[in-house]
Design a binder for this molecule. Sequence first.
Ligand code: SF4
Length: 337
Amino acid sequence: MKEASLYQRLDGDKVQCNLCAHRCVILPGKSGICRVRENIGGTLYTKVYGRVIAQHIDPVEKKPLYHFYPGSKAYSIATPGCNFRCRFCQNWEISQISNEGILETGEKVTPEQIVSSAKYLGCKSIAYTYTEPTIFFEYSFDVAVMAHKEGIKNIYVSNGYMTDEMLEMIGPHLDAANIDLKAFRDETYRRIIGGRLQPVLDNLKKIKQMGIWLEVTSLIIPGINDDQQEIRDMANFVAEELGKDVPWHISRFFPGWKMQEVPATPLKTLQMAKDVGFEAGLRYVYVGNVALEHETTRCSTCGQVLIDRMNFGILKNEIYNGCCPNCGTEISGVGLG
Ligand code: SF4
């Protein structure tokens, strides 16, 4: 195990972890809410440094990032655990592992091995994803620093619950982030997710201000956050506080983990949410998790289809020098073509 960063020692061998907004105070012999950081005799350790539980090459569109090097490959990695307890988690087998399981799962992989695999396999970026990268901060930081030296970009796919201190450390090494906005009601964050809304809103604004390319994802769950007013509140927040050029991904829910009884999101709800996003003034609103549906990026000025996608693949990309070839409007994003 490796000594953790971003914590302080307290009286009686207690420690306070300052990695995420939970700011757990941890007694000796105990772990924080995420289960992956343990206090041993007044020193905080991370149990997941280099303990890789998932390692795949994904299209960057699968993160989802639609305006960041479209069509490129993202070397995607995760370690076990999470600081949230979303009852609808779709990766719960790796995010909600027991205390004991954490030290028994995963394969030891060094940052050098991750970066050299990504480079060898022609990946434009490394994505810290599937579980929550905040809680494998030390490992993601070391990989990210090394990746940048090799000209590889770094992507966080995150619940956005990190502290300011952590964001300031990882921020300069991140090129893009997809952050979940899982609801717009603090009550839902507390009851269904195991966190609070405000730190996520604050971090979304901060990530944008730091100049990291930002896209936002909201999973729409029947009976939980599918009320039109709540969806409007989310869309207005993205448009007004983050910017109309920030892509917003509305994702379809399927029954999972502790929400088996809730039906999949109806397609008409997703369409309603998409309409609400455009009404709020957002230029790029996408529906995800729907098989065989085309998702297109249109020029916000002339309406021309610029990128056509299906099932995370790019069918066409007509963006030229970052602009619409028809009317010259600049299209927001990085490495668009
Ligand atoms: S990362 Fe968050 S949940 Fe885990 S110990 Fe630190 S403050 Fe607690």
